[in-house]
Design a binder for this molecule. Structure first.
Ligand code: PLP
Length: 365
């Protein structure tokens, strides 16, 4: 490697050491079917009014806040809108963790942005392996909280990306009781539209240290919009508002978000969820018949994670057919596992065709 340029050595230590997040978009790949980022298969159309683009937007557009509060069953004071829920994750760390001092806790395999955001903020991490059924190991977590550097924020993802597991309410309640007065407990509900009855949002009124993050990227089919939400006690929201940028939500984003959260928008989202959940059930039933599939994980999101005879062979064969999936083979507990986003009928048919062919060929020697 060539000597580092002085520009690089000028950057702070932790930035020099960072490896940028390998998003599905950055990994890329050549194909005609992209089932690697849990995006919706199709977009809706929206209207834009450009008559006020000369003005700065509201920091927290009131119509968007009111609409999301009504949708989520909380009050407007309990809602923050941000540039995707990824920004919410970072805001929570920046608001509650002292760099070089405090730590966050999470349970891999889970979403990659908790560690990325902690690293970019110079905040340490404690990871606790989940149980075999991917539920959090509550005694191990409570033990971790009592030793070492102070843990300020705990992240749980429900449904979990990539295992599809929903956090058991009893586990969350045990964690909330043990952390009262000491820590913030975040539940990332990016996929909650696919199993709305499993939301923990109703607990916000009883637990001031519970924070729920949400997004329009998955169930609402708006990953390109970059719009996410945080639900929490009004005091927590006020603290996040001290840290967030003055104009985080571009005016066109606010307009489109308001349309997506209107009665019509919500009805469209709910129809999409029924459609995709149906396609997911069908894909799962078909996959259960196939020889190359060893195990299918929980199915509460818009994706299926499955363990195959050979994960890398399956991933590579799909690439050869122009189908890009997400390989999790190198993650803890997920050897030979690949995640398939639920796409439309045609996309699922092509995936199944390749899976069938692989099953007929059997395992390569
Ligand atoms: C996709 C995803 C997000 C990111 O949401 P954005 O609003 O697009 O930033 C957050 N959490 C989980 C678990 C996700 O899978």
């Amino acid at each position: 490697m060539s000597a580092k340029s002085w520009l690089t050595t000028l950057a702070c230590q932790r930035v020099q050491q960072l490896t940028p997040y390998l998003s599905a978009r950055r990994i890329g790949g050549k194909g005609h079917i992209f089932l690697n980022a849990n995006e919706a298969p199709r977009s809706e159309q929206y209207q834009l009014d450009c008559s006020r683009l000369n003005r700065y937007p509201e920091c927290q557009p009131p119509e968007v806040i009111a609409a999301y509060a009504a949708y989520a069953g909380v009050t407007p004071e309990q809602v923050l809108v941000s540039r995707g829920s990824d920004e919410a994750i970072e805001l929570l760390i920046r608001t509650f963790c002292e760099p070089g001092q405090d730590e966050i806790l999470f349970c891999p395999p889970t979403y990659g942005m908790y560690s990325i955001s902690a690293e970019t903020c110079g905040v340490g991490m404690r990871t606790i392996a989940p149980l075999d059924n991917f539920q959090p190991d509550v005694p191990a977590i409570l033990q971790a909280l009592s030793v070492g550097a102070p843990i300020k924020v705990l992240f749980f993802c429900s449904p979990n990306n990539p295992t599809g597991t929903v956090l058991e309410r009893a586990s969350l309640l045990a964690i909330l009781d043990a952390t009262a007065g000491k820590q913030i407990v975040v539940v990332d509900e990016a996929y909650i539209e696919f199993c709305p009855q499993m939301s923990m949002a109703d607990l916000i009124k009883d637990y001031p240290h519970l924070v729920i993050t949400r997004t329009l990227s998955k169930g609402f089919a708006l990953a390109g919009l970059r719009c996410g939400f945080t639900l929490a006690n009004a005091e927590v929201i006020s603290l996040l508002l001290k840290v967030i940028a003055p104009y985080p939500i571009p005016e066109p984003v606010a307009q489109i978000a308001a349309q997506a959260l209107s009665a019509d928008g919500l009805a469209t989202m709910r129809q999409r969820v029924v459609w995709l959940n149906g396609l997911k059930a069908e894909l799962k039933a078909q996959m259960q018949q196939l020889g190359c599939v060893r195990e299918i994980f929980d199915d509460h999101g818009n994706f299926l994670l499955a363990r195959f005879d050979s994960g890398s062979r399956l991933f590579q064969t799909m690439v050869e057919h122009g189908i890009i999936l997400r390989d999790f083979s190198n993650k803890p507990m997920l050897a030979d596992s690949v995640r398939i986003t639920i796409g439309d009928e045609q996309e699922m048919a092509e995936v199944l065709q390749v899976l069938r062919r692989l099953s007929e060929q059997g395992v390569a020697p």
